[in-house]
Design a binder for this molecule. Structure first.
Ligand code: CAA
Length: 257
């Protein structure tokens, strides 16, 4: 049984964490499988968007506590770096990524959702960084990506209290972009991914890169990055097609060239 399944729905890769018996807890094999699936998507030019979800009643209930119990500092450091590598690969994927959070997204699970471009949540979703309950701190980006998503005060409340928050609060603080009924979540996430997949893929990838790297730069550098990406877009066949199709009043056919 694959601990992380991947299937194609047209131009959308649907990636599903598949250890429901452990609420999709993230052990070494699962983190490596995430990195492998992300690598496959990166190499497949037919994939234009990715949706990540969890099998069963959790998105992911965090790093695998049973696997971590025997760790010393050296093993913990290796584990943290593995998680960071896998999540950075996801974050830097050239296609947009949507986390469809179907249930618990705790600890490493919340961090995994935050490595996606945005989060859609089921009304049943529960988010949290419960590491302090275990005497540890977040290890896969909870002190960095979560801060950027919800701001420093909410991130501190979530990380320092270790308490779960419900889907409504996640929506209000901007952790989740939208909420859906549980039975609708996946179909809505895939529909959103299909909609983005129909846009010019070079433009979508460039816009994602500029936002991603621009937020790490000062405003001046971020604006220069945008100007360069804007200019580069004019060298693509897709932009000629997009503008011509608009003026011809027809739908564009983008080739990613
Ligand atoms: N690691 C390993 N196993 C886990 C797990 C985890 N993070 N979360 C759940 N499981 C396992 C349980 O041990 C249980 O296994 P058994 O059936 O073999 O006993 C199974 O999944 C079902 O879980 P529960 O019986 O606990 O289900 P519940 O409905 O009573 O509670 C829950 C659900 C509130 C999510 C609870 O499972 C829970 O609190 N899980 C731990 C959450 C957590 O602390 N996550 C942070 C981990 S640390 C981390 O992630 C560090 C980092 O940043 C890298």
């Amino acid at each position: 049984m694959d601990v992380v399944r991947s299937e194609r729905r047209g131009a959308v890769a649907l990636v599903t964490l598949n250890r429901p018996q452990a609420l999709n807890a993230l052990d070494v094999a699962t983190l490596e499988a995430i990195a492998t699936r992300v690598g496959e998507v990166a190499r497949d030019p037919g994939v234009r968007a990715l949706v990540l979800t969890g099998e069963g009643r959790a998105f992911a209930a965090g790093a695998d506590i049973a696997a971590m119990r025997p760790f010393g500092a050296v093993e913990a450091g290796e584990f943290s770096r593995l998680g960071h590598r896998a999540f950075a690969a996801l974050e830097n994927l050239g296609v947009p990524t949507i986390a469809a959070v179907n249930g618990y997204a705790l600890g490493g699970g919340c961090e995994l959702a935050c490595a996606c471009d945005w989060i859609y949540a089921s009304a049943k979703a529960r988010f949290g960084q419960p590491e302090v309950n275990l005497g540890i701190v977040p290890g896969f980006g909870g002190t960095s990506r979560l801060v950027r998503r919800v701001g420093v005060a909410w991130a501190k409340e979530i990380v320092l209290t270790g308490e779960m928050i419900d889907a409504d609060l996640a929506l209000r603080i901007g952790l989740a972009n939208r909420l859906f009924a549980p039975e609708e979540l996946l179909e809505k996430a895939i529909a959103a991914a299909e909609a983005v997949a129909a846009k010019g893929p070079l433009a979508v990838a460039a816009a994602k890169r500029v936002i991603q790297h621009g937020q790490d730069a000062d405003a001046h550098v971020a604006n220069v990055l945008e100007q360069e990406a804007f200019a580069a877009a004019f060298a693509t066949e897709d932009r000629a097609e997009g503008m011509t199709a608009f003026l011809d009043k027809r739908a564009p056919v983008f080739k990613g060239r």
